[in-house]
Design a protein around this ligand. Structure first.
Ligand SMILES: Nc1nc2c(ncn2[C@@H]2O[C@H](COP(=O)(O)OP(=O)(O)OP(=O)(O)O)[C@@H](O)[C@H]2O)c(=O)[nH]1
Ligand SMILES: [Mg+2]
Length: 324
């Protein structure tokens, strides 16, 4: 499930008004011997129905849109790339203001309805309330339109578990990243589109030792020089370092991936200088190459080196104060 899949649909002002008025039109008091008491009671019920239907919805919006202050840096960074954060705060605060205003207005009109002595007086009160209520909601038009756009964008952010030690597999195309992910996690990965790139993250989970870990394969994302990226792509890729994970950079020195060792070294150096997170260098496809160029060699075909890699991953987790 995407990280922010629970943001409710953002209704248009008229839809909110219709929703509230429809509910209030169904209010009808049972038989009252005193006609004016019946009308008074109905008017008060209608006002509080409109108030509760609308404010419950508006507060739901406020609560379900992520609060920027309590977000993990990765999510805040991503959202910041997609939407104007100042406008985001302002629009949510307008929604809050409208909700408070409706409560205030309803209280006022309920109070005066309690004193209403004639049907005309009571109906006038109700009409005034409806009118003011509708104009408060209509004033939210721009904010609701903006929030609807935010919702559509925020929903694209991949769901990554922030409380798990995370390993990010990088390396040029064809070096064996996906093979390593499936060797380590066994199960089929969760595929999450990565904003601003045409690519997806492949996310898998497993236990190493007794630790639950998250492993992310990044095809097409961490596999070429950053300078070949456009601005937004670059920024969104740099958000990955906010996951505070550990990079596993795979080198295929066998030549079978179609990239020379030097080309791979260049991308490695570039990523290393852009990403302020630890990196483990790993040589892949050890079954087809005799030469040991890295300290750690693995083969996803024969399983060679995988246990050693896991031990190193576990050491990294255990020596990191965040995961103790
Ligand atoms: N001999 C051998 N072949 C391997 C090994 N690991 C992966 N391969 C092969 O190398 C090719 C690429 O492997 P993938 O795991 O798809 O590589 P990748 O890095 O995920 O590739 P992209 O997603 O395109 O970037 C496939 O044909 C694999 O079967 C290995 O350890 N030994
Ligand atoms: Mg792959």
């Amino acid at each position: 499930m995407p990280a922010f899949s629970r943001i409710p649909t953002v209704l248009k002002p008229q839809e909110i008004i219709d929703k509230a008025l429809l509910k209030s039109s169904k209010v009808s008091e049972p038989y009252f011997p005193d006609f004016i008491k019946k009308i008074r009671s109905e008017v008060i019920d209608k006002i509080s129905t409109v108030e509760s239907v609308s404010t419950v919805y508006l507060r739901k919006l406020i609560n379900k849109f992520p609060s920027l202050n309590s977000l993990y840096p990765f999510y805040r960074g991503m959202i910041g790339l997609m939407v104007d954060l100042d406008q985001y705060r302002i629009s949510l605060s307008h929604v809050q203001w409208a909700s408070d205003k409706i409560v205030e207005l309803a209280n006022l009109k309920i109070k005066s309805s309690k004193k209403g002595r004639t049907v005309q007086e009571l109906n006038k009160n109700l009409k005034e309330f409806y009118g003011r209520f509708a104009s408060i909601i209509k004033d939210l038009d721009k904010d609701l339109t903006f929030l609807a756009e935010c919702r559509a964008k925020i929903k694209e952010i991949p769901d990554i578990k922030m409380d798990y030690p995370t390993f990010i597999i990088a390396g040029l195309p064809n070096v064996g990243k996906t093979s390593l992910l499936s060797k380590l996690t066994g199960s089929s990965p969760i595929i999450a589109p990565y904003p601003f790139t045409t690519q997806s993250l492949f996310i898998g989970y497993t236990n190493i030792g007794n630790r639950g870990v998250q492993i992310i394969d990044t095809p097409g994302i961490l596999d070429r020089p950053m300078k070949s990226r456009n601005e937004m792509e670059r920024k969104s890729i740099l958000c990955l370092q906010d996951l505070e994970g550990i990079l596993i950079f795979l080198f295929d020195h066998s030549g079978s991936s179609g990239y020379s060792s030097q080309e791979q070294e260049n991308v490695y150096n570039e990523i290393k200088s852009n990403f302020k997170i630890p990196v483990i260098r790993v040589q892949s496809k050890s079954d087809i190459i005799q030469e040991k160029k890295e300290d750690i060699q693995i083969s996803c075909l024969t399983g060679e080196g995988l246990e050693k890699l896991k031990e190193i991953m576990l050491e990294k987790i255990n020596s990191d104060s965040r995961w103790i």
